[in-house]
Design a protein. Structure first.
Length: 383
């Protein structure tokens, strides 16, 4: 039975969202409640508190980072956009070649197939979030518009609309058996649920009783459990993660790809999500595993950002590209590619990096592994 919102009464637990009134935690049978202000009364373990403290510290140094060389920071932004677009789509099995990806992100070509149509849509919404995050409020209507633009170039007719058929989160085992991991809300429950998490999120922000680094992962977890769209839920969750972080002043995703870190730790991501959604429908789930995972991702990105800024600053005292690449390579553990060197040394061009790598190989400092586009490098003393 669908809950009739007209029965809601104005009280201290109510929230006005747009022109509608919603009562926090007052849903009918079958619909769980959403009240993020309750997070203020919870206790968090030392690991979460340590993550929050360290991220706050990096946020405090963020302005110092952003006053560094603007040309190099712009280069980091362009690299992050490419990596974010590639990684977020790759998680969903949407791929193209590196050269095509760069052309699509740089708006120098048009999509040739469905995967590239999806990639182009992600690029556009990512740019929108990067450039206009302060003008994109956390509201259902804006989420729908972002989803519309995400699927703009595809032949899907449901872009910008909530799901119309039930969906489920599942995985296929090695023997081909499909296992249902989680059953989200029904389509008829979805619009109210999205309105509710948006309204409750804003209410918690207004009260300033819950740290945003706790609030943001809880919002994203609920969004994923609601699974509001026929397609694009994972990509939308990552775009919304960036939006919420940027609106709270955590800008690291503009320079270091958060989506790339998630893609590189995909198994941990799904494991944390599965642990955190147990008992979700009844409101008894424990969000801590997902909070810890997301805070670990954010902290890793801030640490990488600091390293990149340090390389930029240190490179100003070195006279040659060889010195810069050598310093970068000697700090690496394991194999790395030319593209990674370019990302780590943003002031250098492709030919300069290639020349420096060749010289380091000739000198026996690095070893070349493989050939062509799959060429990797490693320190010679690591073998």
């Amino acid at each position: 039975m669908r809950y009739d919102k007209r029965t809601l009464l104005l009280s201290q637990n109510s929230v006005v969202f747009g022109r509608k009134l919603y009562k926090l935690g007052a849903w009918g049978i079958g619909m769980r409640s959403f009240d993020y202000t309750n997070l203020a009364s919870r206790t968090w373990d030392n690991e979460i508190l340590s993550y929050i403290s360290k991220i706050h510290e990096y946020k405090g140094k963020q302005e110092l980072f952003l006053r560094q060389k603007p040309v190099e920071l712009n280069r980091l932004t362009e690299i992050a956009k490419i990596q974010s677009t590639e990684s977020s789509n790759r998680i969903e099995g949407i791929m193209t070649t590196n050269s095509r990806l760069k052309q699509l992100v740089a708006d120098k070509t048009t999509p040739k197939n469905r995967d590239e149509e999806e990639i182009l849509g992600y690029r556009n919404v990512l740019n929108l979030v990067h450039e206009n995050y302060d003008m994109i409020p956390v509201r259902s209507s804006y989420i729908l518009q972002m989803h519309r633009d995400l699927l703009k170039y595809t032949n899907h007719s449901y872009g910008g609309q909530f799901k119309t058929t039930p969906n489920e989160i599942d995985m296929v085992l090695a023997n081909g058996e499909k296992v249902v991991l989680f059953k989200p809300l029904e389509p008829y429950e979805t619009p109210d649920a999205i309105n509710m998490i948006c309204g409750s999120y804003q209410a918690a922000l207004n009260k300033e009783s819950v740290d945003e680094l706790i609030l943001i992962p809880c919002f994203i977890l609920d969004f994923l459990c609601i699974h509001p769209f026929n397609d694009g839920n994972g990509r939308m969750s990552r775009l919304l993660t960036l939006l919420l972080l940027y609106r709270s002043g955590y800008l690291v995703g503009q320079y270091i790809s958060i989506e790339k870190v998630i893609a590189e730790t995909k198994e941990s991501y799904y494991d944390a999500l599965q642990k955190a959604d147990q008992g979700w429908h009844e409101g008894h789930n424990d969000p801590k595993p997902f909070i810890k995972y997301m805070l670990g991702v954010i902290l890793a990105c801030y640490r990488e950002f600091e390293n990149r800024v340090k390389i930029v600053n240190d490179s100003g005292t070195r006279s040659t590209s060889y010195d810069i690449v050598k310093a970068y390579a000697l700090e690496k553990i394991g194999k790395f590619s030319k593209q990674e060197v370019l990302a780590g040394c943003p002031r250098l061009g492709s030919s300069s990096v290639e020349s420096a790598l060749k010289k380091l190989v000739d000198e026996g400092i690095l070893l070349r592994i493989g050939s062509g586009r799959k060429t990797l490098y490693a320190k010679a003393d690591s073998f």
